[in-house]
Design a protein around this ligand. Sequence first.
Ligand SMILES: NC(=O)c1ccc[n+]([C@@H]2O[C@H](COP(=O)([O-])OP(=O)(O)OC[C@H]3O[C@@H](n4cnc5c(N)ncnc54)[C@H](O)[C@@H]3O)[C@@H](O)[C@H]2O)c1
Length: 433
Amino acid sequence: MKLCMIGTGYVGLVSGTCFADIGHTVYCVDKDEAKIEKLNSSQSPIYEPGLDELIKENYKANRLFFTSNLSEAVNKSDIIFICVGTPNKRKSLSVDLKFVYQAVKDIKKVSKGKKIIVTKSTVPVGTGDQIEKILKNSKKFTVVSNPEFLREGEAIRDFKYPDRIVIGSNSSSIFKTMKNLYSPLINKGSKFFTTNRRGAELIKYAANAFLATKITYINEIANLCEKINVNVEDVSLGIGSDLRIGSRFLRAGPSYGGSCFPKDTKGLISIGEKEKVDLSIVKSVVKSNENRKKLILNKISKILKNKIKNKKVSILGVTFKPNTDDMRDSMSLKIIPYLIKKGAIVSYYDPTGEKKEFENLSNCNFYMNINDAVKKADLIILHTEWDEFKSLNFNSLIKKRKTSLYDLRNLLNTEDIKAKNLEYFSIGRPKIN
Ligand SMILES: NC(=O)c1ccc[n+]([C@@H]2O[C@H](COP(=O)([O-])OP(=O)(O)OC[C@H]3O[C@@H](n4cnc5c(N)ncnc54)[C@H](O)[C@@H]3O)[C@@H](O)[C@H]2O)c1
């Protein structure tokens, strides 16, 4: 089939490339010309393991194209996927759909033949109806919802082996076409699930809010563990082994972040508000997550005995999770400015390089390697669970300096923390020294 992906970000680029890899011809469009230029010189604008190679292979095979020419891409395609961002509105819980609606208006302007328009972006319930209105209910267009569930860092695997493919449409004849599109994945065992369009739109928000609830729940249990000398990891294992609960998303850590959970929990609350339904559980999850940010900052201050001024603090990993360069709603965006404001001297290292988010902060420096970043640190904060942090030898890193380590991911095994001058703090585990 011939497909057009509008928006070549984390979702559009990964799904476009994977669609090409399973044999479709894909035209990826982005309004950001620098992105398209980069992609046409075979460089990925994002860091996602395995993506560079997959782009190169499919580009070479003439199945994957990158262009800013929307008209050409739309008119060469049967199905158009909208993969643009859907952030929250400023100072509001509700979802800003300006990029989605602009993309629809752009399609309407250039499109000549019959097209299927699919929202892959996460959009509030009823967005498909609004899109139909913009298209003046023209019979030329069929509007379908196909939410995306891939996780950054594992996006290719998630796209190619999804637990389920959700298709929402009010016209059941479209399901056959969508099933054909995904048949290489369905044939390998992925579940193909159909519902009406509003149902598919809601499934995405309900799924993300549920996962955020699990994380928030175990984070609160971790707070309790810290008070009563219990290891939260034992609790996670003890409850997660129950198949009704499941072990995933039960790892305590800092507040949840990233490009989806914070905005989608808020988005779901605003969908409820619009319908006058009080989604009190989701509201308390959002509140608990906000409190957690304050709690982590207070703990950092406490570790430094409330004397942050001139303290050297080193942050290992700043992205919201490993194997991605995505900084959206990362806890590091709270920690670093807080420390700088309080007069600390911050150094940081991340495998995906220096971040523009910290460029204008004085006393905040990026280092190309761990050794240089932690040199002279009074406190090291292990923020992101990159593999390369898992077997760090703190004896040789800190030498004879007295240093504290705050392991926000419980990445290190407490028995392995043998460095004499290191005071170790973690999340929800009994203190070891
Ligand atoms: N990032 C994830 O892990 C993830 C997972 C599942 C679902 N989603 C959802 O997918 C959607 C996209 O997320 P993302 O992280 O890929 O966003 P992103 O910000 O990485 O990418 C969006 C891209 O769309 C482009 N764009 C915006 N308007 C355009 C237009 N009119 N024409 C052409 N290009 C346009 C932007 O330039 C940008 O490159 C969101 O709704 C998000 O909630 C994201």
